[in-house]
Write a protein that binds this ligand. Sequence first.
Ligand SMILES: Nc1nc2c(ncn2[C@@H]2O[C@H](COP(=O)(O)OP(=O)(O)OP(=O)(O)O)[C@@H](O)[C@H]2O)c(=O)[nH]1
Ligand SMILES: [Mg+2]
Length: 310
Amino acid sequence: MLNNREDGGFFEKLKKGLEKTRKSLAESVNTMIFGEKVIDSDLFEELEAILVSADVGPVFTHELIEDMKETVMRKDLKNPETLKRILMEHMTLILKSTDAPLTIRRNGPYAIMVVGVNGTGKTTTIGKLAYDLKRQGHAVMLVAADTFRAAAIEQLGIWGQRVDVPLIKQKMGSDPSAVVYDAVQAALSRKTDVMIIDTAGRLHTKSNLMEELKKMKRIMGRELPGAPHEVLLVLDATTGQNAIVQAKIFNDEIGITGIVLTKLDGTSKGGIVVRIAKELRIPLRYIGIGEGLDDLRPFNSEEFVKAIFE
Ligand SMILES: Nc1nc2c(ncn2[C@@H]2O[C@H](COP(=O)(O)OP(=O)(O)OP(=O)(O)O)[C@@H](O)[C@H]2O)c(=O)[nH]1
Ligand SMILES: [Mg+2]
């Protein structure tokens, strides 16, 4: 009972976080079908425009519309009200391909390396993630491998205090790989379950960042077999197409195993998740819907689509 009530609050918060996308997608679709008598090609054209403006992308929107038309024909559907349900079904189906929650292996430190360009929300996401994993009973450690700015180390330290998990750091300007080396030794001796590594977000076009990330990966893998077990790329949902480009570059350079899409609360273009699913084919592990501790959610396609349309 308590769980159900909690789940209700959880879902309501997700809906609230996705409010802007709800407005641009669900409300527009509702307005579109209101008072319409039949499903016709005009209706599909309108729907196409709505989806494109929510950042689903012209190519995938077209595919989605064609699939929907096919379903409508096959099932001989007439009532415009059914369009919304069909759209929800088709979107869920596309997003299912990217549904793969992060699972932490219990034996030995599990290393999560967090990467992404400036300001996408890496450090904040790490704080939220540490909070969530700790709540699940894991012994968590934060690692300050963004050594370029003193403020970056401090910021991670504040999250560490807030969530009450240890932080491994060195002084500003030190070699990030040395920090990672230290952290692995500490994690092994303290029997840490999960180490989360914060990295710098300098422009991805500067190849030395990539070289540095590669070196960190190498050192980690040498000291801890299989590490990093997860390379999480943090993308800012408000940057649209740019986020997709960043993902491709990071994936080509260092290999990405999961994505976190932040700031969905700040955009009406939540349709970008469709492009992440279709274009990148990298699991979308979490979505960020605010700045608070509770505002990181494991991505679940069904829940996401319902939160937008229901
Ligand atoms: N609204 C909203 N803001 C977010 C979310 N995630 C992060 N932010 C904000 O985005 C800003 C940048 O976040 P950081 O965590 O510092 O980003 P970063 O990637 O570590 O930045 P650098 O270390 O400079 O590369 C902060 O003001 C965060 O509070 C989110 O899901 N929603
Ligand atoms: Mg940071």
